[in-house]
Design a protein around this ligand. Structure first.
Ligand SMILES: [Zn+2]
Length: 181
């Protein structure tokens, strides 16, 4: 649920049966996020927000509503670009090197460029569209190699190395970028 606030913009409210009290944090989109017990009324949510305004302002590096909106827009464009590119690039490499995966999922997590699940779903971060092509390809080849090795063992890296000779420098270079948008 979203509560509009004149100072903080869109505030994400998550009602959870597990939370015992009201907690503030920042969402991946830079918005204020409140987790509240399931039965909390809107009146209480707003009152608590007002009571904690100063603390939130001081403690949480929130973005102003304009920046939030600009970021949403950027994310939307990036997601579109990613949809038109990443699944096809993944398919291309999979066919080229004889891998079989089940699904390609696009994500926008802040911490991971990609992942490969045991049910053979490969997730790729839309932020990959913002980094150099050779690094993007490295991430895809890395995740494909996880189809055969679900760890970062020697055998895993040897397989990555078969398809990307410069994987070591790519892996290092990749650390200069962050997946978050
Ligand atoms: Zn990995």
């Amino acid at each position: 649920m979203i509560v509009k606030d004149p100072e903080f913009g869109e505030v994400i409210v998550r009602k959870s049966p597990l939370s015992r009290n009201i907690k503030f944090s920042i969402s991946t989109s830079g918005r204020l996020q409140m987790s509240v017990p399931k039965i909390t009324s809107n009146f209480l949510i707003k009152r608590f927000l007002n009571q904690n305004r100063t603390t939130i302002r001081e403690k949480l590096p929130l973005e102003n509503p304009d920046t939030q909106r600009a970021r949403d827009y950027k994310k939307k464009l990036l997601a579109k670009k990613a949809r038109e590119y990443l699944p096809y690039r993944l398919e291309y490499f999979a066919k080229l090197y004889g891998y079989t995966y089940d699904k390609c999922r696009l994500t926008h997590a802040n911490t991971r460029w990609g992942s490969c699940s045991s049910n053979k779903t490969i997730s790729l971060n839309i932020g990959l569209m913002q980094i150099p092509e050779q690094l993007r390809d490295y991430v895809i080849l890395h995740e494909l190699a996880h189809l055969n090795h679900m760890d970062h063992s020697k055998a895993f890296w040897a397989e990555v190395g078969l398809h990307d000779k410069n994987y070591k420098s790519h892996n290092k270079h990749l650390k200069m970028f962050k997946p978050g948008i």
